[in-house]
Write a protein that binds this ligand. Structure first.
Ligand code: AMP
Length: 278
C-alpha cells in the first residue's frame, strides 16, 4: 500500500493508472476508520482494479463552533486497517486549500436537514469532493447512506457538473445494538453511548407503524420526537421527512421518502436515517 501526500504526485499516479486502463475506485473519508468505511472499501474493490482512499478532515465543512479540533484522528491505526482491507493507495494530504476563492454550491437540496443546522456544511463537502475528484481521477466513488443528504448532494453535483464518475452507494453499517457506526461515537461517554440507540429505535418504530398501515407521518414524527426528548441528555436537532433525492418537505409518503434525524448528546452530534420505498 502506497501513501501519497502530495497533490501533483497523486494526479500523476492517477494519470498513469488510467493509461494502463486500470479502473480507479475511490473512497473519500475523514479517517478514524471503522467498519462503515471498510464496507465502502469492500464495494470499491469489487468494482475496480485500484482502490484509493483519501483521509482528510476537511475544515471547510465544519462550522465555527463545531468539532473540527475534537474530531478523532489516528493515522497509524487507519493505515493498518486500510492495508488489511486491501486499499492500494491512501491519499493523505496535509492541506488542501491555499487562498481558495472557488467553492461548489449545490442549491435547494442543501437547505433542509443537516443543511439547515449546518448552513456552510454542504458547500464544504461539495468543494472538497470536487477537488478530490480532480486529484484522484476515479471512475467510481463510494459513499455511505449514513449521510443520505450528502449522497443526494454529490449525485446532483456529479450530474450538474458532468463529472464522469459513477457514485456507488453503501448501506448503513450498524453496531450490534443498532447504532449507526460513526467516528464520532468514541466521543460519547458510556451512558450516552448506551442511550444513543434511541435514534435507530425511533426510526424502527416509524417503520413498524408504516408497515402496519399507519402512514400518518406527522403523528409518527411527533411520537418519534417524544422518544428522543424522553432520553436522558439527548437534544433533538431535527426530525424530518422529505422526498428523496429531492429533499423537499412532504407530509405523505412519496415514491422514495427519507426520514432523517440529528441528535446531540452533549457536544456529540449523531445522525441516522432510513429510506422508505427503495
Ligand atoms: P466520514 O469519514 O464520516 O466523512 O465518512 C466517509 C464515508 O463513509 C461517507 O461516505 C460516509 O457516508 C461513510 N460512512 C460513515 N459511516 C458509515 C456507516 N456507518 N455505514 C455506511 N457508510 C458510512
Amino acid at each position: 500500500m502506497q501513501i501519497v501526500k502530495n497533490i501533483e504526485r497523486m494526479q500523476k499516479i492517477a494519470d498513469k493508472l488510467r493509461e494502463e486502463k486500470k479502473i480507479i475506485g475511490f473512497v473519500p473519508t475523514m479517517g478514524y476508520l471503522h467498519s462503515g468505511h471498510l464496507n465502502l472499501v469492500k464495494l470499491a474493490k469489487e468494482k475496480s482494479d485500484i482502490v484509493v482512499m483519501s483521509i482528510y478532515v476537511n475544515p471547510t465543512q465544519f462550522g465555527p463552533n463545531e468539532d473540527f479540533s475534537k474530531y478523532p484522528r489516528n493515522f497509524e491505526r487507519d493505515e493498518k486497517l486500510a492495508k488489511e482491507e486491501g486499499v492500494d493507495i491512501i491519499f493523505y494530504p496535509e492541506s488542501m486549500y491555499k487562498d481558495n476563492l472557488t467553492f461548489v454550491n449545490v442549491e435547494n437540496i442543501t437547505k433542509l436537514l443537516c443543511g439547515e443546522s449546518r448552513p456552510t456544511h454542504f458547500r464544504g463537502v461539495a468543494t472538497i469532493v470536487s477537488k478530490l475528484f480532480n486529484i484522484v481521477k476515479p471512475h467510481l466513488a463510494v459513499f455511505g447512506q449514513k449521510d443520505a443528504q450528502q449522497v443526494a448532494v454529490i449525485q446532483k453535483m456529479i450530474d450538474d457538473l458532468n463529472f464522469d464518475i459513477k457514485l456507488v452507494l453503501s448501506p448503513i453499517i450498524r453496531e450490534k445494538d443498532g447504532l449507526a457506526i460513526s467516528s464520532r461515537n468514541v466521543n460519547l461517554n458510556e451512558k450516552d453511548r448506551k442511550n444513543a440507540t434511541i435514534l435507530v429505535e425511533s426510526l424502527r418504530f416509524i417503520k413498524r407503524q408504516i408497515d402496519e398501515g399507519n402512514t400518518n407521518l406527522k403523528e409518527l414524527i411527533e411520537q418519534a420526537k417524544k422518544m428522543i426528548e424522553l432520553t436522558p441528555n439527548a437534544k433533538l436537532d431535527y426530525y424530518s421527512v422529505v422526498s428523496y433525492p429531492e429533499i423537499r418537505k412532504i407530509d405523505k409518503l412519496e415514491k422514495k421518502t427519507l426520514i432523517a434525524l440529528a441528535v446531540y448528546f452533549g457536544k456529540v452530534r449523531l445522525i441516522d436515517n432510513m429510506i422508505i420505498g427503495e
